[in-house]
Structures are given as structure tokens and as C-alpha cells.
Design a protein around this ligand. Structure first.
Ligand SMILES: Nc1nc2c(ncn2[C@@H]2O[C@H](COP(=O)(O)OP(=O)(O)OP(=O)(O)O)[C@@H](O)[C@H]2O)c(=O)[nH]1
Ligand SMILES: [Mg+2]
Length: 329
């Protein structure tokens, strides 16, 4: 997406430059004053068109707000309020209409004049009024530019069955994502504020399931999250149907079961009422005792590890089939 939106001063400056660059050919059969009027009107029309084109371009650059995904809509609404964005676009569009009206009014006026000074003054008056319409939109243009930049940073999430992959760092979340989504998963790395969101897809029963790995975001304390991170999470919460919680009992990630349970407790609060699927990962690295302890803590678990990858994928797919069936009924 092209983010380039000119600001008000740039629009005014380039429109003036283009307007006066244009050559005007005087016609021999016309009087000096008639030629002068033609020239002034030509430049009024050109300036009006250049400015209106720029204003309309702003509206065209903003994606259609009615065709945003639920995730994009919620994220934008949370930060700016969709109503405010619509108002800004409408005001800019309206200014373009008003400038067109001014163009007609001043062209007609110039045509009727017979005094050189008056003709020049009337043209100047048009420029002044058109410029003031652009200047009036200065804040709105800056606002829409910011909205556009935010839109470009929102990961392209779909409105389909969505599962969040959560767990402490290094427990194997990304590995689980690629195990589930196949050998060549469509895994995208979106820069999202300071962190990134990874998205992968798989199909069961012809239905697409979207997996979101949100490294760092979920493990952060609420108060340490930036406003945009909070909004992103609110939107993800809204999209998520289930949460896969990855547990690593092997201690190789550097976290004890107790610490992992603490995160789970917080996520249960945060994703209140959502179903959790527990994956006990890295069992190839675990002692029997570690596996037994984890099994007791996390009911309805699925085991995962380098030595049982095929079995894991079969089990998780069975679970996913149940999920899609449940949601469709
Ligand atoms: N032995 C073993 N190692 C695993 C398994 N799954 C993942 N790992 C390793 O654990 C390390 C971390 O895996 P990742 O998938 O990157 O973990 P993550 O949770 O996505 O990590 P962050 O993105 O940093 O939070 C990597 O070196 C993986 O190869 C497993 O089942 N067995
Ligand atoms: Mg990862």
C-alpha cells in the first residue's frame, strides 16, 4: 500500500507551481483583455483541478472502511474511532466539492469583468479561498496519514476459525505452529509495534483455521503494554475461538511448571470463558516424572515432541475437526 499522502502545504505549493508552469497561448482574433480573462480563468480551473485531485486522492488511498476485516475494524476503531475517520474523509471530500463551486463562481465572475485590476484581484481572491479550504483540512490530512500508517501495520488476519498459540518464550510455540500448519506453512512475520505477530493457516474439513502466535505480547504485564498492543489484544481476543497453551516441562526453556501455570492463570482471566487446548511439548527432552507432573496439571492435553511429531499432528487435527464441527452446528 502506498502511504504517501501529501500534507496541506505540499498540496498548495505543488498546485501553484503546476498552475503557473502551464503555458497560455493568446489568440490573435481576441482582444488583449479577453485573452487576459481567458488566461486567468484557465489558471483558476487548473488550480482547482490540481487541488481537488489531491483531495480526492486522499479519500482513494484510505481503504474502504466497510470492507475491513473484523480485526482491522476493531483495531482501528479502538485507536481512532471509525466514525472520526469517516468524518475526516467526508470533510475533505466536501472541500473538493466546495472548491469546484468556487471555481465556477469565480470563472463566471472573471468573464463578466472589464477592468484589468479587478480581474487580477478576483483571481487572487479565488486562490485565497481555495487555499483556505485546503488549510482547513490540515489536521484532518495529518490524521488520515496516521490512520493509513496504522492500517499498513495491522496484520492481515482473516475472519475464520482462529486459534491463539500462547506460552512462555522458548517453549516451542513457533515449532508447534509449523508442525500444525504443515511442512511449508504460510507463516508471515508482521512488524506490529515492537513485537510481531505470526500467522499460519491449515485446512480441516475444507475449513480454514487461522493460528496466531503473538510472541511477547501475551506474556507481558497488562500495565507494560502500549495502547496499541492492548487494542491488538482486545481485537485478537474478539477473533480467537480457542487458545493453544504450550507447556514445556523439560525446563529447557528456562521456566518451571509453576511459572507456566502462572501465565496460564492470567491468560484464563484475559481470555475469560474461552476453551484452552494444552500441548505438553518437548517430551523427548523430559523425564518420566516431568511428563507425569505436567499431565496432572493440564487436563485434556496433547503430547508433542520431536520423536512423536506425526502422532501429535494426527491428534491435533482430530481436535480441530471437532472444533470446526462444533462451531458449525
Ligand atoms: N527437543 C525438542 N526441542 C524443541 C521441541 N519443540 C521446539 N523445540 C526447540 O525449542 C526451541 C524454541 O522453539 P520455538 O518454537 O522457537 O519456541 P517459541 O515458544 O516460539 O519461542 P519464542 O518465539 O522465543 O517465544 C527451539 O530450539 C526448538 O527447536 C521439541 O518438541 N523437542
Ligand atoms: Mg516463536
Amino acid at each position: 500500500m502506498q502511504i504517501y499522502i501529501k500534507d496541506a502545504d505540499q498540496i498548495i505549493e505543488t498546485s501553484f507551481r503546476e498552475t503557473f508552469k502551464q503555458n497560455f497561448k493568446a489568440r490573435k482574433e481576441k482582444s488583449k483583455i479577453e485573452n487576459l480573462k481567458d488566461e486567468k480563468i484557465l489558471r483558476v480551473k487548473l488550480f482547482s483541478k490540481l487541488i481537488r485531485d489531491e483531495l480526492i486522492k486522499i479519500e482513494k488511498t484510505i481503504p474502504n472502511l466497510n470492507s475491513l476485516t473484523k480485526f482491522e475494524f476493531e483495531t482501528l476503531d479502538g485507536i481512532y474511532k471509525i466514525g472520526e475517520i469517516k468524518k475526516a474523509i467526508a470533510a475533505i471530500k466536501n472541500s473538493a466539492i466546495e472548491i469546484k463551486k468556487l471555481e465556477t463562481h469565480y470563472s463566471t465572475k472573471i468573464k463578466k469583468l472589464n477592468n484589468i485590476d479587478m480581474i487580477a484581484r478576483t483571481q487572487r481572491e479565488f486562490f485565497g479561498r481555495a487555499v483556505s479550504f485546503v488549510k482547513r483540512n490540515k489536521k484532518r490530512m495529518a490524521f488520515l496519514k496516521e490512520v493509513l500508517i496504522t492500517i499498513s501495520k495491522i496484520p492481515k488476519l482473516k475472519d475464520c476459525h482462529t486459534i491463539i498459540i500462547a506460552g512462555l518464550p522458548n517453549v516451542g510455540k513457533s515449532t508447534i505452529l509449523s508442525r500444525i500448519t504443515g511442512s511449508k506453512p504460510e507463516i508471515n512475520n508482521y512488524p506490529f509495534t515492537t513485537k510481531s505477530i505470526m500467522v499460519g493457516y491449515t485446512k480441516v474439513n475444507n475449513e480454514e483455521i487461522q493460528f496466531i502466535d503473538t510472541p511477547g505480547l501475551l506474556n507481558k504485564d497488562e500495565e507494560k503494554r502500549s495502547p496499541i498492543e492492548k487494542i491488538a489484544l482486545a481485537a485478537i481476543r474478539n477473533l480467537a475461538d480457542k487458545i493453544i497453551f504450550v507447556v514445556d516441562p523439560s525446563l529447557s526453556s528456562g521456566y518451571s511448571i509453576e511459572e507456566q501455570k502462572k501465565l496460564l492463570k492470567r491468560l484464563k482471566r484475559e481470555f475469560n470463558g474461552k476453551e484452552f487446548i494444552y500441548i505438553i511439548n518437548k517430551i523427548d527432552l523430559c523425564s518420566k516424572e516431568q511428563i507425569e507432573e505436567a499431565k496432572k496439571e493440564f487436563n485434556n492435553y496433547i503430547l508433542s515432541g520431536f520423536d512423536i511429531e506425526k502422532k501429535f499432528v494426527e491428534e491435533i487435527r482430530e481436535r480441530l475437526i471437532k472444533i470446526t464441527k462444533k462451531q458449525d452446528s
